[in-house]
Design a protein around this ligand. Structure first.
Ligand code: ADP
Length: 324
């Protein structure tokens, strides 16, 4: 549905996007992830035709965005990081304005009402946008993207600045829209892509460092898991036993909150699940295990591991070529 082929863009001598290619299939929700300055906005602006690439091509449902921009743009609904809202207008005035701007041909009243019902803003239709909460404004931003019923929706950091309840509502809304549309969701929040996306493309310094199904990516980088175990027992002996348990890479004391239990951080070797042997060890020694939790990987961990892997590959390549 969206095909991006070898797209490059420089600002002066700064390579913002350096030859990236990926595809988004029909009905897929793709997470586009990367640290600040990675080139996400530049890429999205090229996909939506707001910015032209120096080279490479973007096709929306087979139509090249540069060769037939009007046709291609009809298939895209875009929610930029800062939605282009006219805050002195009421919600319905604004949506009617966007309807005209897009030259939409669908039956006006019915189409706008349907959209307002989907994003749940029908009850605020006659309110001025400036008087709405950030969460409602974001819904109005999504509503304008839906006008014309485009096949592809592109959301740039859609939950930034929202409170936790609004974040969940917007994520659920995006998931629901994913049933009818192909979606690209740009974000730097890992739980967001885990919660919503089928596949993740990770970009770093203008290059793609991963393009995988969400579970595969998380599993690939989460090879060595970190667990936090709360154990009752003599600290030195427990530590020694943990460190000599097969599959354990490191074990450290994290803290002592209760009087009789101690929290340990245990890191396992790649692709080893130590939970069962850990339980067997502790029950054998009669040291009660009163808590066991996985430590969540942060986005930073993922980037470090992905970028680290890329570096390893580079070093490997250079070594094979005999380069120092
Ligand atoms: P992201 O959206 O991932 O934060 P951007 O696409 O905004 O990344 O930026 C990619 C790189 O290009 C950054 O190093 C940024 O400083 C640079 N850049 C972005 N826009 C411009 C511009 N208009 N002029 C010069 N450099 C830019």
């Amino acid at each position: 549905m969206v095909e991006i082929t070898d797209v490059r863009k420089s600002y002066g001598n700064k390579h913002a996007v350096n030859g990236i290619s990926f595809e988004v299939k029909e009905g897929e929700i793709l997470g586009f992830l990367g640290p600040n300055g990675a080139g996400k906005s530049t890429t999205l602006n090229i996909i939506t035709g707001y910015l032209s690439a120096d080279s490479g091509s973007v096709k929306i449902d087979g139509t090249d965005i540069l060769e037939e921009p009007l046709k291609a743009k009809k298939d895209i609904g875009f929610l930029p990081e800062i939605p282009p809202l006219y805050v002195e207008m009421t919600v319905l005035e604004y949506l009617n304005f966007v309807y005209d701007l897009k030259g939409c041909k669908l039956p006006r009243k019915q189409h706008l009402k349907e959209i307002c019902e989907v994003v749940k803003i029908w009850d605020v239709g006659n309110r001025l946008i400036k008087n709405l909460s950030k969460g409602y404004r974001q819904r109005v931003g999504i509503a304008q993207a839906l006008i014309g019923n485009p096949k592809v929706l592109i959301f740039d950091e859609p939950t930034i600045g929202l409170d936790p309840r609004q974040i969940i509502e917007i994520r659920n809304l995006i998931k629901m829209l994913g049933r009818e549309h192909t979606i690209i969701l740009s974000t730097h929040i890992l739980p967001e892509v885990q919660a919503v996306c089928d596949r993740i493309v990770v970009i770093n310094k203008g290059e793609i460092v991963a393009n995988e199904k969400t579970e595969d990516l998380i599993n690939a980088v989460d090879g060595s898991r970190k667990l936090v175990a709360k154990i009752v027992g003599p600290e030195d002996e427990v530590l020694k036993a943990l460190r000599s348990l097969g599959g354990v890479k490191t074990a450290e004391v994290l803290g002592k909150r209760d009087t009789d239990s101690i929290s340990y951080m245990i890191e396992s070797q790649e692709r080893v699940d130590i939970r069962k042997p850990l339980f067997a060890l502790l029950s054998g020694r009669n040291w009660p295990l009163i808590g066991l939790e996985g430590m969540e990987l942060s986005l930073e961990d993922i980037f470090m591991r992905l970028v680290g892997k890329e570096k390893d590959k580079e070093v490997g390549k250079k070594a094979r070529k005999g380069v120092k």
